[in-house]
Design a protein around this ligand. Structure first.
Ligand code: TRH
Length: 380
């Protein structure tokens, strides 16, 4: 008989938006596909899940998706055996009965908290440290990150090879865009825009509209649409809407599956992203990007932003680094970025090269799924 697969349980509460489920779904699939593990993903909000994975049946308590056993984590907890490895994503609180089930196992499971991504230095010192204990079960901190000594970033095997192949194949890109209803304006730069509400947007769109280079702006449905509509002077925007203002074509896209969203990023010359998972995916696209960081109380997100910028711009010339710092900080503060965008454009070849090199440098680290599996092996 083949040996029993190690069983992993991943718990995800959807706080808001799609990052919590986006990260855990990606991780769960990778643990199954690349490490042959038996994974259950417990999610409290199947509707949010359905947005990034339309195959989800929101009525089902239990379903198999891409080899992952997806469980609806409902208020009424039915008793279940605890797994060998338990991941609480983003400090979510496990059901009390499940914690007891962990403690009742003959060999307690490895229990980890998968934390939010941050480039701050303190992460290196805290990654892998013991956290609280519940009866006999010890919890550990597991921090993703950009530097050696952290848990790394989610990156599927062969991702960069697939991306490079796609970016070398204009027909594949044309077909992908065409299937999404996108016929790029000839000679236009393609920009994707996934962001939270942002008062600074209008100044950027003003500059893009007045630019000699045409821009085709692709905006997935979401929170920024209100600002786009206001700038266009239309009441509302829905999927498929297409508006032209001088050099700027604005097109609203449907929310697509995660793998399709990757391809969209790979097609674009520049990607505006947000939160955590799209932010990482834009880095794997190897193209210049702009990050709308998730706002936190007492502005602690600003430290995270600066910590990332310090790493991301370290190989740039002082002038290009200054342009990037200015653009990113203003965007996350909701300030006008029109002039800062033009300043960044002055350094375009350098920014393109930096994006590619950053991506390759990050890919030298073990990916997060592999690092988790290694952590488990070491713990055993
Ligand atoms: O949606 P986000 O803003 O999510 C989060 C959450 O708010 C979370 O609580 C917070 O802690 C975290 O940000 C920092 O951004 P994010 O992380 O980029 O998640 C979006 C997910 O949606 C990501 O997995 C990519 C996916 N996506 C698609 O699958 N299709 C699409 O068309 C688009 C635009 C995104």
């Amino acid at each position: 008989m083949p040996p029993l697969k190690t069983r992993w349980d991943i718990f995800c509460t959807v706080v808001d938006n799609y990052g919590d489920i986006g990260v855990t779904w990606r991780l769960a699939r990778q643990l199954v596909a690349e490490h042959g593990l038996a994974v259950r993903l417990w999610v409290d909000d199947l509707r949010a899940f359905e947005r990034i994975c339309p195959a989800i049946d929101v009525e089902l308590e239990q379903q198999l998706q891409e080899g992952v056993e997806v469980r609806h984590w409902s208020a009424e907890w039915l008793s279940t055996e605890a797994a060998d490895v338990v991941i609480a994503a983003f400090a979510c609180q496990l059901p009390g009965a499940y914690m007891d089930a962990m403690a009742e196992r003959e060999k307690p499971p490895l229990w980890m908290n998968l934390d939010y991504l941050s480039a701050e230095d303190w992460v290196i010192g805290c990654h892998g440290l013991p956290s609280v204990k519940y009866k006999t079960v010890q919890k550990f901190f597991f921090f993703p990150g950009f530097q050696p000594g952290t848990g790394g970033l989610l990156r599927e095997s062969g991702l960069l090879e697939r991306r490079e192949q796609f970016q070398r194949d204009p027909d594949a890109q044309r077909k992908f865009l065409h299937d999404l209803g996108i016929e790029p304006t000839p000679g236009a730069q393609l920009i994707s825009l996934f962001a939270y509400e942002n008062a600074g947007l209008a100044s950027w769109l003003d500059v893009l509209a007045a630019d000699a280079t045409p821009t085709h702006l692709l905006v997935p449905e979401g929170r920024i649409l209100g600002d786009v509509a206001r700038w266009l002077g239309v009441e509302s925007l829905t999927t498929g809407a297409l508006h032209v203002r001088q050099s700027l074509t604005v097109q609203v896209l449907p929310f697509v599956r995660q793998d399709q969203y990757d391809q969209l990023l790979w097609c674009c010359d520049f990607n505006a992203v947000r939160g955590e998972d799209s932010f990482v995916r834009a880095q794997w696209a190897g193209r210049p990007m702009l990050w709308h960081i998730y706002q936190q109380d007492e502005d602690i997100h600003l430290d995270k932003l600066d910590a990332f910028l310090a790493l991301y711009t370290k190989a740039l010339s002082p002038a290009a680094a200054e342009a990037m710092n200015g653009l990113w900080r203003a965007w996350s503060a909701g300030q006008p970025i029109g002039a800062l965008w033009l300043a960044a454009r002055e350094h375009w070849p350098e920014l393109q090269k930096n994006a590619e090199q950053w991506c390759l440098e990050q890919a030298l680290q073990a990916d997060l799924a592999k690092a988790l599996v290694q952590f488990y092996r070491n713990w055993l």
